[in-house]
Design a protein around this ligand. Structure first.
Ligand code: ATP
Ligand code: MG
Length: 260
């Protein structure tokens, strides 16, 4: 069998006394749409940062596309596309210039950059804003430009931290179609975090749920449902709430909200 696209062994990240990622073992086969879920503060962004070389693990090992993230960071960076949680888009560049920079950094020739850039901007409905500085983009536009930048170099593995946050329904559909096509036709691996359960249900082949930096469940949605409940029709939201053992708090005791 081919190497997994992503593999981690006992991955740990500590910030002082806080253990944000606590011995994570993940295996993501190539050509998988992998949803990475967990409550706020679970350690998703920290994990994504370690896998993309933005943060050094305290302990453990990770490989991406067969290369060791710590020992072979350039080999990894050449093969991945990243949409981070906080977008660093170089405020003083226009969308056009940003994508030009991304293409050149990946060593693409000018004609290829120009062609892919025009098509991505058009498909993501950003063409009209291509000449505007990114500092003046709306939140959703920034997210879409970051996605365009991640897709432009034709990556083998995509790491997307909440890629749909703030993206309108039309563009979200476009992005979903693009990602599904990349996975199905090209065997690209997409590893993404999100809080949108409906999207995960529709899009993902495999789901992992982490909490307090630890993996609490992974598998297909059907596997997770079996772990959580006897109800074969349970939604991912129900499954998630059961597995992270979090009963939603009602507003009843917040008297000014509940009108008591
Ligand atoms: N640079 C840092 N210094 C100290 N603590 C940090 C740092 N980055 C993250 N943390 C802490 O690590 C834990 C995990 O944070 P992380 O950003 O990975 O969570 P997350 O799963 O991405 O959450 P969210 O769904 O809110 O984005 C949190 O308790 C957070 O406060
Ligand atoms: Mg996060």
């Amino acid at each position: 069998m081919a190497d997994p696209a992503i593999q981690t062994h006992g991955l740990v990240k500590r910030f002082g006394d806080l253990t944000a990622v606590d011995g994570l073992d993940l295996t993501v086969p190539a050509g998988t749409m992998y949803g990475f879920l967990g409550p706020n503060g679970a350690g998703k962004t920290t994990t994504l940062k370690m896998l993309t070389g933005l943060l050094r693990p305290t302990a453990g090992r990770a490989t991406v596309a067969g290369f060791d993230v710590a020992a072979q960071p350039l080999e990894v960076k050449r093969r991945i596309g990243v949409v981070p949680e906080s977008l660093g888009l170089y405020d003083r560049l226009t969308g056009h210039e940003y994508l030009e920079l991304v293409g050149r950094l990946h060593g693409l020739d000018a004609a290829t950059v120009q062609d892919r850039r025009a098509r991505l901007l058009d498909r993501l409905e950003l063409a009209e804003k291509a000449g505007t500085l990114t500092v003046d983009y709306s939140g959703g536009m920034k997210k879409k430009l970051a996605l365009a930048g991640a897709l432009l170099p034709d990556p083998q593995v995509l790491f997307l931290d909440e890629p749909f946050e703030g993206v309108d329904a039309v563009s979200a559909r476009t992005v979903k179609d693009m990602l599904r096509t990349l996975v199905d036709r090209r065997g690209v691996t997409v590893f993404f975090s999100t809080h949108i359960m409906e999207l995960v249900e529709k899009l993902c082949d495999t789901v992992a749920i982490i909490d307090h930096g630890r993996l609490i469940a992974s598998g297909s949605l059907a596997d997770l449902r079996r772990m959580a409940t006897a109800d074969a029709a349970a939604s991912l939201e129900d499954v998630f709430l059961t597995l992270v053992d979090a009963a939603p708090r009602t507003a009843a005791d917040l008297d000014w909200l509940a009108g008591a």
